[in-house]
Ligand binder design. Sequence first.
Ligand code: GMT
Length: 377
Amino acid sequence: MKIGMVLYPTFGGSGVVGTELGKALAKKGHQVHFITYSQPVRLGSFHENIFYHEVSVSNYPLFDYQPYETELASKLVDVVKHENLDLLHVHYAIPHASAAFMAQQILKTQGINIPFITTLHGTDITLVGRDPSFEPVIRFCINVSNAVTTVSESLKEDTIKHFDIKRPIHVISNFIQIENTDSADAIHELRTKYAKEEQKIVCHISNFRPVKRVEDVILIFSEIQRNLDAKLILVGDGPDRQMAEKLSRKLGLIDQVIFFGKVRDTNHILEFSDLFLLPSETESFGLAALEAMAAGVPVISSNTGGIPEVNIDGYSGYLSDVGDIESMARNAVDLLSNAKKLALFRVQAKERAALFSLDRILPQYEHLYQEVIKKNH
Ligand code: GMT
């Protein structure tokens, strides 16, 4: 198949999922065309079946706000026509689904029928999409997509609850590519650069948006630190990073907290971590938690949205109500101070993550693509 993959090329989860999916499809022999405004961060090295088409964003002085949706739609028309694509797969509804619909309508006038699949990822439904300034367009685009998928059952329920949806929604979970891990010696050597032997390493990775509740991360860590010697590693960047730095200083923790900023291959950091914190306000899936679990790191998380579909309470980690810092800290201390239990949870976290391995999920997308293409002919 020849597939056009539309996504945000940045560090966000939807972009990571779309990029990894495209890479895996290319490896299986499909031709994948990434269409976005800059090279996706996880795209990596050359592959004969992968092509990248950059959407140029105009800087005409009249535009206070650049008409990206129009530019993307024009690019989609061009790529579908000249590369003879069979299908467009857009990740994150805003504005990708409406741009795909516009391209589809334009191409129809030229005798070309191109179906598009919309994958809803989370905030496009639970936060931004529900805003009245987007809602009518999102609802329309979901209803006119040739197929719609969500990354969890919870997001499917949210979509049905908040929008008037007249079509089936397929749940295709996010996935993880189980990587070859570094050698135990290499992991240990790297670990010694950040923490002493007896210190535990707690990790959080996110885009530092308010929905991630990074303040809770610091407060939970502060509580952990009162009970045992530990370091906190924070990976990523975003609006709440400065607040997190200030709070760490105020609480006298700054020497125990390491800010890495944006990191492409977070796996190397997860490998030497002991515990992962994800206290989010809402999370359609929690890809960061799955990545941690795949590296054998148990997760202390909130029990919101799709997280309980990924992290199992008392098995791969612990879940608490959103904002219940005390419970999250208690669970973290319990795990970190019990070597036997921590070792068991590490194994169980890995086992749980294996259920979301790429080879289980990829055929579900391929099957859906084939169905949609068949229906379109
Ligand atoms: O919140 C993020 O990290 C970014 C956002 C995105 O769309 O890029 O993530 C959403 O999609 C991820 C991939 O499907 C999910 O794992 C995240 O749970 C989801 N974020 C939220 O729902 C807040």
